[in-house]
Write a protein that binds this ligand. Sequence first.
Ligand SMILES: Nc1nc2c(ncn2[C@@H]2O[C@H](COP(=O)(O)OP(=O)(O)OP(=O)(O)O)[C@@H](O)[C@H]2O)c(=O)[nH]1
Length: 298
Amino acid sequence: MNALTLPDIASQNARQTVPLEWVGMCGIALPVVINGQRLAATADAGVSLDDGDARGIHMSRLYLALEVLDSQALNPLLLKKILQQFLDSHDDLSICAYLKIHTQLLLKRPALVSALSGWKSYPVSIEASLKNGMFHVELKIDVDYSSTCPCSAALARQLIQQQFVDDFANKPLHHAEVLTWLGSTQGIVATPHSQRSTAHLQLHLGRELQSFPINNIIDEAETALGTAVQTAVKRADEQAFALANGQNLMFCEDAARRLNVVLKSTAGIKGFNLKVVHAESLHSHDAVAESRWNWRNA
Ligand SMILES: Nc1nc2c(ncn2[C@@H]2O[C@H](COP(=O)(O)OP(=O)(O)OP(=O)(O)O)[C@@H](O)[C@H]2O)c(=O)[nH]1
C-alpha cells in the first residue's frame, strides 16, 4: 500500500449552510468511577455545529476526550474539563458542548432486623453542558420505595371494626378469644393495598461541588420516604417492614411534599424537578405527583 492521504469528509463544506444544535454520538459504552466503584455506563457526547458551512464535526475527538472517565472519579470539575476539551477540539466549529452519562449505582443496604444485607441498584444520569462559557450540571436519580394507601388502610380498619361488631356484639369479651380473633383472617378481614413506588429526582447542582453527593441524596430521600424497598429479607425483616408501612401511610402527594422539604435543605442542591409514581395495585394506572423548586422550566 502506498501512503495515500485519507479523505476527510468532515472538513468539506456543507451542501446547505445550516448550523445544527447538537451533533455527536449516543450510547457510547464506557466505565465510570463513582464512590470508588467502576460501573458500566453509557454516554451521549455532542457539540453544537455553529459553522453552518462545515460538513461535519470530528466525532473521534469527542470520543477520545472521554477516555479519562475510566480512571478518574466522576465529578463536576472533570466533566467541565471534558466539555472544554470538546470545544477546544472544535475551536472553529462549536460554541456549546454536551455530555450525558447514564449508569446504575450499586449500594449495599442492611436488612431492617436481621444481620443480612444486599445490593440495591439506583439508576443515575448526569447531564452536563458548557454553553457560551456557562457550565451547568444536572443529576437524575430514581429511588424505589413502598407506599401504602391511607384511604385503603382506613377502609380496611372500618371493615375490621364491623367484623368485630358482628362477632362480639352482646357477648362477654374474653382475652384469649379476642387474641385468637385478632390473629385470624376471619377477624382481620381486610388489608390495605400498597405499591412499589418510584421517586424520579432531577436535581440542579451547584457548580462548585467537588464531588456528586449521590449517596447523601439517596439516603436523605429514603429517610424522608420512610419505607425504602428492601434487599435480603427474612421473616423478621418482613414483619418490621409491615409495621413500618402501617405507620407510614402515604398518598403520592404526601411523598412529593416530603421530598420537596428534604431536598430544599440538602447540601449541593440548587433546584429540583421531582416526580413520584405510585404504581397502584388498586387499578392499572398510576398515581403521580410532581413538585419543583428553583426550576428553570417551572
Ligand atoms: N461527522 C461525522 N462523522 C461520522 C459520522 N458517522 C461516522 N463518522 C466517522 O467518525 C470518524 C471520525 O471522524 P474524525 O474525528 O473527523 O476523524 P479524523 O478525521 O480521523 O480525526 P481528526 O484528524 O482529529 O479530524 C470518521 O471516520 C467519520 O466517518 C457522521 O454522521 N458524522
